[in-house]
Write a protein that binds this ligand. Structure first.
Ligand code: FBP
Length: 550
């Protein structure tokens, strides 16, 4: 009833699958694996799921009839385009194993498992969400599963529903949880398997075996369309500098990909700022330098991309944030005292309780930004960087720097700003053909892993720059991606986050071009995602993957 003409048409799209998933494939096991680091500790923590081999599926013989499998699926964390297709892939995969198989969806994220809130996902429901954006089929949430009573509540409902397996669709933290659950259920000999699926628009859940997290392709295409439109406006009106903050929590993959697609004048890469240990003032001077040089050519306009996580990579800000995290950590006395204070007294109160250096930094920030740094942390203890207006902070500071330069005769241009934040615009977009196919394949692969009795694996689909037919489907033991990191003051096993590699091909290419993009106007206008038309317009994936796999 209430669906757009495009959505109606997209419901009919049949996502492409790797050839090995058509029919029932043959499972091929590689050699034993080790974790990326801290092997001894990880092995001790995961005695039942450590060291398992990498799995790939190859074209098999005739399909054989198997027993039905029942799966419970959870969407965890931030939305990412294609989640509905992972679910439809699981659905079709388990029905392919046996028509009597059933799929249940836990509502509102991991919390739904603990609270026993679920629905059965029937063909009618799944069919009405195929190739659509969003996670609204069952909803998502950020509840962190970390305590045994939560795991036991999960087991209780799994037994009630006769589930063979849980599939957790999430980012690095959620897949870490999937691995901990898999180990716990295996140790209990419960018969409940746990499989993960790599989701996040941030693109920071990737490694040798996971080439990309789903949603990154579509989200960056949406942002690049918007950036292109703004570039065209900027190049037409020639009177504004547009400061655009882009989502992506820590890593700058989104900013880098959008830069490769649109060729803006300035793109900050947080990982580079950290490597060079650049101060806030140095970052501002870098931007002001480009702006004043463009002004010499009469170009008082341009576009700057700013990754949302930047603030945490600037050394003095990082120290300040760490001190704030400790001072305002959940459940501490200082946090309670802080919450009882009048809002107008909070900055001064905090400034007295942190080190002199951090206090100076805090007090030098516009009060709006200082307050944003003190907002509640997310359930994983992270600062909610999407709530910090870094683009405005930089814009204001650049303005001040340019007026100083004007006074000393180094700058004579005009500086008008417009601010934007792109994040939510892309997280629920209708998945591109790439994400529609990739997600469906990830879901289908998860169902085959379940049918094969596997647990503690992440669904993996590789060779992504080739046509979907040639993709390699399989599973990667989650323990293989783990290392030990300090979280809330304790060493914990976690999946290593993939930041932008400064010796990687995408960054190196960007670096070789950014000077030219800064001073000449070399904008590219990618336009909107196309779902129908020539394959070179509709099907290619990201510039990042193309450069990485060239
Ligand atoms: P995930 O890592 O859970 O996929 O979430 C990614 C993200 O979109 C980040 O880019 C952003 O910082 C964050 O979620 C915002 O989350 P929320 O909307 O819950 O505040």
């Amino acid at each position: 009833m209430n669906i757009s003409a495009l959505e109606k048409e997209r419901l009919k799209y049949q996502p492409k699958l790797p050839v090995s998933l058509k029919g029932i494939g043959k499972l091929v096991e590689g050699s034993k694996t080790e974790s990326v680091a801290d092997q001894k500790e990880i092995k001790e923590l995961f005695p039942n799921t450590y060291g398992m081999p990498i799995i790939s599926f190859e074209v098999g013989d005739e399909a054989i009839e198997r027993a039905p499998i029942n799966v419970g699926v959870i969407l965890s964390g931030g939305q990412a385009p294609g989640g509905h297709n992972v679910i439809s892939g699981i659905f079709d995969g388990i029905k392919n194993v046996n028509q009597k198989s059933k799929l249940f969806g836990f509502l509102g994220g991991p919390g739904g498992l603990v609270d026993h809130k679920y629905i059965e996902l029937t063909a009618d429901i799944v069919d009405s969400y195929r190739n659509t954006g969003g996670f609204d089929i069952i909803g998502s949430g950020r509840t962190k599963l970390e305590e045994e009573w939560q795991f036991d509540k999960g087991l209780e409902i799994a037994k009630d529903l006769d589930l063979n397996s849980l599939v957790i669709i999430g980012g690095d933290d959620s897949n870490t949880t999937a691995c901990i659950l898999a180990e716990y259920y295996e140790a209990k000999n419960s018969g409940v398997q746990v499989i993960g699926c790599p989701k996040t628009i941030d693109g920071d859940l990737k490694n040798e075996m996971i080439e990309a997290s789903f949603g990154f392709d579509t989200a960056t295409k949406v942002y690049s369309e918007l950036i292109g439109n703004i570039q065209r406006d900027s190049n037409s009106a020639k009177k504004y500098w547009h400061f655009i903050k882009l989502m992506g929590r820590s890593a700058s993959h989104i900013g880098l990909e959008c830069a490769l697609k649109t060729q803006p004048n300035i793109t900050l890469i947080s990982e580079e700022v950290e490597k060079k240990q650049q101060t806030l003032d140095e970052v501002v001077s870098y931007m002001a330098g480009i702006i004043s040089k463009r002004a010499e050519n009469g170009d008082n306009f341009g576009v700057a991309l700013i990754p949302e996580g930047l603030i945490e990579f600037i050394p003095e800000m990082k120290i300040l944030i760490t001190e704030l995290n400790d001072l305002l950590a959940d459940g501490t006395k200082t946090e309670r005292d802080f919450k009882h204070l009048k809002k107008s007294h909070r900055i001064a109160w905090v400034a007295e309780k942190i080190t002199d250096e951090s206090s100076k930094v805090l007090l030098s920030l516009p009060s709006g930004i200082a307050s944003q740094l003190m907002l509640d942390r997310d359930p994983h203890g992270n600062v909610q960087v999407s709530l910090i207006e870094t683009e405005k902070l930089l814009g204001e500071m650049v303005k001040t720097k340019l007026s100083e330069m004007k006074k000393s005769g180094e700058y004579s241009g005009a500086f008008g700003t417009q601010y934007h934040f792109f994040g939510y615009e892309g997280r629920c977009a209708a998945p591109s053909n790439f994400d529609a196919d990739y997600c469906y394949s990830l879901g289908f692969t998860a169902s085959v892993l379940v049918a094969e009795g596997k647990t503690g694996y992440m669904s993996s689909v590789r060779n992504l720059t080739l046509p979907a037919d040639e993709w390699i489907a399989g599973g990667v033991p989650v323990t293989m991606m783990m290392n030990m990191e300090k979280r809330h003051g304790h060493m914990k096993p976690v999946i290593q986050k993939a930041l932008v590699e400064l010796d990687g091909a995408p960054y190196k290419y960007f670096k070789s071009k950014r000077g030219e993009w800064a001073f000449n106007t070399c904008f590219i206008y990618p336009g909107p995602i196309q779902y129908f038309g020539p394959t070179e317009v509709c099907d290619p994936t990201t510039e990042t993957l193309k450069l990485e796999q060239a």
